[in-house]
Design a protein. Sequence first.
Length: 295
Amino acid sequence: MYPWPIRRRPTPASRTKPGTVLTLAACVLLAACEAPPPQGSTARRIVSLDYCADQFVLGLAQRRDILAVSPDAGAAFSYMRAAAVGLPTVRPRAEDVLALQPDLVVRTYGGGPNVRAFFERAGVPVLQIGFADDIDGARAVIRHAARGLGAPERGETLIVGMDARLRAARVHAPGTRALYMTPAGYTAGPGTLVHGLFAAAGLDNFQSRSGWRPIPLERLAYESPDLVAEAAFGDGTSHDDAWTSFRHPVVRRTVRSVPAAVIDGATTSCGAWFLTDAVAALAAVHGKLPKQATP
């Protein structure tokens, strides 16, 4: 699931920290005095506000053009974490970002729903990147991000590589049902990117109900999928100390009784070129399933 930010209630003016309003106003005026280039065309000072935006900036922009990334760019759930090593980070607070005098701000959800309008009023263009629900959507998101970052050729190269890996990984497995499970106790049905990945791998989704839902314990008590896709998000992010339905005996029995593919959660979090890693992992496990007799 995506880490959508929680909207905070506005702070009353009487409780605002001294100097905050003046500092923010100065940042706005400073940014407004700059003459930013057209979005993505000649930007040379790029800031990304959240870890999904980080993936596209790190994968598409020149490193020398990256002014700062989000604090989560190096986290275990960030696929491009190795590329983020050594880069400055900034929190998605308006005054902090504007103080850097960026030419372009890139975001998916970072900073909250109103931050785009705020930055643009300050004269700083914002590249808004959406989320993908399937492979076609991922291609569209990559192309949009690549154009906005002034790297359309790089975007097409990534898409060509992604499609080649998808063709190589796809299996013809009608009737083979896979169940995705997260350590938090959730699974994904139709309308999610995970469902699209199952389709790309040639697999059916065991979860027939749409959207993100709790693992169907009652159904698993009498029916099992053909394979399980376990999401892993790295140390400290997998609910190791919390009880969830993922720890239920019915789930553990299912995991022990059918082949399991461990899916790096970073590959499915943002709908980009690296989702092919998840498809390849599914295909590899399917290759170990017992062959069904041909009628």
